[in-house]
Design a protein. Structure first.
Length: 366
């Protein structure tokens, strides 16, 4: 008889293994060892630290892929750089491993793929997995994320997490240095930066849609207090309800930065990172996940769809638009919030998420 994993126990083993970005070597090995233990064929995805498990019934039918992310976040603790699972990816990996153990022997038609993805936090992982062909033949894709108390009541689940599009931006300001006693001979990059911040704060987009743009970093230092700084750096965080709205916001930020700098006689380099697309779920899959939640946890535990954050999960739908996709939230009481160094949650509730994964897979493959 196949061993049934407990996601609470697995998460507690995974938590100290926290690794960053694509460098999830030890976590990947942990996943491979556990899939081997329950007899699931599994391998690393190409030369990456992604892991793909496959349960093939040998009977014609659809292909369902369940996905969990594995990477942690970087922090500095007592002067030392370290990795901490402050976004719950250890819990996601644990839920999918438990689901795998419960699905072994129960796939009666079609094929089940189990994808354990690195580098969600750096927005690299999904595209790396796509290039390695993990989406080949996939008809249905489902992911999940633990949610903070601000999103979901403890013990409830929601059938959709409506991620917004996101795009970090770096603005490098090039002014002109001068002695602070002769400021008229220089171009103060701090003044230019504050003008850019003010211009960005005046951007106007459709008020019936959700979006935000705000500075998160501002650095300028030419070495001494009596030097007009020639250079400065602004870090900007941008969010938008849809991918198209994000594209519009990107152009508005670019224009605000360039025109503000020009007014001072300065120049700027505006560099946008990878645009992480907004959620684009198939309504029938969201409805089906709601039914799965009702069957697993009861009608009173089904919460409305929630929002929050961005996810590279949505690159999969762009790469294979004919594939149906969905993504549910698990209310485990994350506090004080995601991406907080001291983030914690009730991992005894993780089996609820594993059960939803199982229920969805069996609807199509059982």
């Amino acid at each position: 008889m196949t061993e049934i994993f407990n996601s609470t126990e697995l998460r507690r083993e995974l938590h100290p293994l926290a690794e960053l970005g694509l460098n999830t070597k030890n976590t990947a090995q942990y996943v491979l060892d556990h899939l081997e233990k329950i007899g699931v064929e599994a391998h690393r995805v190409g030369n990456t630290n992604g892991v793909l498990g496959v349960i093939d019934s040998g009977v014609p039918g659809p292909t369902v892929m369940l996905r969990a992310d594995m990477d942690a976040l970087p922090f500095e603790v007592d002067g030392k750089k370290t990795a901490i699972h402050a976004c719950g990816h250890d819990g996601h990996t644990a839920m999918l491993l438990e689901a795998a153990s419960r699905l072994v022997g129960n796939i009666k038609k079609g094929k089940l793929k189990l994808l354990f993805q690195p580098a969600e936090e750096t927005l690299e992982g999904a595209n790396v997995m796509i290039k390695e062909g993990v989406l080949d033949g996939v008809d249905y894709l489902v992911g999940a994320h633990v949610r903070p108390i601000q999103d979901l009541e403890v013990g409830t689940l929601c059938p959709a997490v409506n991620h917004t599009a996101s795009c970090p931006c770096d603005i490098y300001i090039h002014g002109k240095s001068a002695h602070a006693s002769r400021p008229h001979l220089g171009i103060n990059s701090i003044y230019v930066g504050t003008a850019i911040v003010n211009a960005i704060s005046q951007i106007q987009l459709p008020p019936n849609m959700a979006w935000s743009v705000k500075p998160t970093q501002f650095d300028a230092n030419d070495g001494a207090l009596n030097i007009i700084p020639a250079s400065a750096h602004l870090g900007i965080d941008m969010r938008a309800q849809t991918t198209e709205l994000m594209k519009q916001l990107i152009e508005e930020v670019r224009r605000a930065a360039e025109s503000s700098a020009a007014a001072f006689g300065a120049t700027v380099e505006v560099k946008f990172a990878t645009l992480c697309p907004a959620a684009n779920y198939d309504p029938e899959i969201t409805d089906e996940l709601a039914e799965c939640i009702r069957e697993v946890a009861g009608d009173d535990k089904l919460a409305p769809a929630c929002g929050g954050g961005g996810e590279d999960f949505h690159f999969y739908k762009i790469a294979r638009p004919e594939m149906k996709n969905g993504y549910f939230g698990v209310g485990v009481g994350v506090t004080p919030g995601l991406h907080k160094q001291n983030m914690t949650f009730d991992d005894k509730l993780l089996p609820l998420g594993a059960a939803v994964f199982v229920k969805f897979a069996l609807r199509h493959l059982g």
